[in-house]
Design a binder for this molecule. Structure first.
Ligand SMILES: [Zn+2]
Length: 242
């Protein structure tokens, strides 16, 4: 109990710093360094890192410490495909199972007022986007589905925090969210499934044209040619990048 009360806030803080790219993707840390950085002792650091490894946010390097999971084009595409597999069905279940309170909250999240070019607004929008997608998954009442969708979005958010060029597409995203939530609210599972598919397909199209500038923007931390295990991925055949 005592250790858990130390581990949980530490885990949350480190996770937030990884998601917001405050901890640079690909950077290596020793256990002692992380302990100093977060003013924590060895055992909680180890336990927090074990959880973060399970979520795919850090890698444990035996006898050397930890590495913040690098970002790669291949991972981004993998995550988008995972969204396409899970989220349309989640939206369909949500249309059948969401409570009136959840629908109300979805509407609030979907109508977030987005200001193009405003960095604070963009960062808030990234959070709002996460909350909306997580809430839709939660309202399916399927815990496993919620875990999977939540993890996909936690990983995706790292790319959004890194990729300021995504900013200009905010208003289009908001319009898609509103359509999706309207379909869920009207209890139309077929329409909800369609809207979710459309939202993800549109996001994939937008990201294909923006990924290269995101790579340039974050050149030092966003490695186009590396994967989590350090091998060169065969992404050319399945991406639309130049
Ligand atoms: Zn979205």
């Amino acid at each position: 109990m005592a250790i858990e009360s130390v581990v949980e806030p530490l885990y949350r803080k480190v996770r937030q710093d990884i998601v917001e790219c405050e901890l640079t993707p690909g950077r290596a840390f020793s256990e002692a360094e992380l302990g100093r950085l977060y003013n924590a002792s060895r055992t909680p650091v180890r336990e927090a890192c074990r959880r973060l490894e399970h979520e795919g946010l850090i890698r444990i390097m035996p006898f050397r410490g930890y590495m913040i999971a690098p970002l790669s084009v291949a991972e981004f595409h993998d995550l988008e495909e995972m969204q396409l597999i899970f989220e349309p069905e989640a939206a369909a279940f949500a249309a059948e199972r969401a409570t009136p309170e959840e629908l109300e909250e979805m509407r609030t999240l979907a109508t977030y007022e987005y200001r193009v070019g405003d960095r604070t607004s963009y960062r808030e929008f990234i959070q709002t986007n996460y909350q909306l997608h997580a809430l839709i998954a939660q309202s399916t009442r399927n815990k496993r589905l919620f875990d999977v969708v939540g993890n996909i979005h936690i990983r995706l958010m790292r790319f959004f925090y890194l990729g300021l060029p995504f900013d200009s597409y905010g208003p289009a995203l908001v319009a898609e969210h509103i359509r999706l939530v309207e379909a869920i609210s009207s209890r139309n599972a077929t329409e909800a499934r369609c809207c979710a598919t459309e939202h993800i397909r549109m996001a994939m199209e937008r990201s294909a044209s923006l990924l290269m500038s995101a790579i340039r923007f974050g050149e030092a931390v966003f490695d186009a040619n590396s994967t989590l295990d350090g091998t060169i991925p065969n992404t050319r055949s399945r991406t639309r990048l130049p």
